[in-house]
Design a protein around this ligand. Structure first.
Ligand code: BEZ
Ligand code: FE
Length: 292
């Protein structure tokens, strides 16, 4: 089209696409551009405002590195990561939630009943549960990757004072699907605020905190891998998570206890807990079979 106007530009974009464009690419891009053009028309977007948006994207690229992806963080705080996640989540399985940027491969293997807290300060927590399939069976040998913050709200990798794999582990569920480990209570923390995402949060009067959580990736043959996180019911940030990761079914109760005799014998640090109070947490993971 030679003469383009504000009314015809969207159709021109669609018409410019080649005939052999992949069908899904056509659908997604046409929809994206329709929404972008309508957004500009609806808000009567000015040059300065559009330039500001482009500057934010440029700043996101400049601050990103292999260790830090500001675009993912934008996706998180805009709710896109969680929306796409929820759209593809199955009702029978445990809900998934954001992966976040702090997962690393290669965490040490921990036997069922093992201790992940090591020398970390903080309140002791004993976490247990089962890995189940949506077909109702217990899953033996499922892999659980677990990671969390230390008491200072930082992950190993963000904090030079922590050993490389501090508060990270990989566990295989027992023959009856059980998993069990001891750790410290994770702390709430803020998403990185020193880049354009921080600027967006401040400009919109938003707080940067995430409620404390334990991250899990649970995988087993024949099942869809579950990337999720679980939150304590008493966390002050549950209703304002900066990245919209909280789901009702991912909230669990940290139950205070003082009697270590109530703990399973399999727990490696059971006798150490004779002298301190601790919390117990029980949470089952349900994985969706890939066959249905
Ligand atoms: C996290 O849970 O580790 C996380 C998720 C999204 C943004 C920042 C951190
Ligand atoms: Fe996290």
């Amino acid at each position: 089209m030679r003469t383009v106007s504000t009314d015809t530009i969207t159709q021109s974009f669609i018409d410019y696409m080649g005939e052999d464009t992949d069908e899904r690419t056509r659908v997604v891009l046409c929809s994206l551009v329709k929404h972008l053009h309508n957004f500009a028309r609806e808000t009567e977007l000015t040059h300065d405002e559009w330039r500001k948006g482009l500057e934010l994207l440029f700043a996101a690229g400049s601050i990103s590195s292999p260790e830090r992806n500001e675009f993912v963080l934008f996706s998180d705080v805009l709710g896109m990561s969680s929306l796409v996640d929820m759209m593809h989540s199955s009702a029978e399985a445990t809900p998934s939630s954001v992966l976040g940027p702090f997962h690393v491969l290669g965490a040490p293997e921990l036997a069922v009943g093992g201790d992940m807290r090591g020398d970390n300060d903080g309140e002791a927590v004993v976490v247990s549960g089962k890995v189940l399939s949506t077909d109702g069976s217990m899953i033996k040998g499922a892999t659980l990757e677990i990671w969390q913050t230390a008491e200072n709200g930082l992950y190993s990798g963000q904090d030079a004072a922590q050993p490389e794999y501090n508060l990270r582990a990989r566990m295989k569920s027992a023959t009856d699907g059980r998993y069990l480990f001891s750790t410290v209570r994770p702390a709430p923390y803020t998403v990185p605020e020193d880049g354009p995402v921080g600027e967006l949060l401040r400009a919109t009067g938003r707080q940067p905190w995430r409620p404390s959580h334990l991250h899990f990736i649970v995988s087993a043959p024949g099942h869809k891998t579950l990337v999720t996180e679980v939150f304590p019911s008493d966390d002050p940030y549950l209703d304002k998570d900066a990245v919209f990761g909280v789901r009702e079914r991912l909230i669990m109760e940290y139950k205070p206890d003082t009697n270590h005799e109530n703990l399973p014998d399999e727990l490696a640090i059971k006798s150490k807990l004779a002298d301190e109070s601790f919390f117990t947490v029980n949470f089952d993971f349900i994985l969706k079979t890939t066959s249905n």
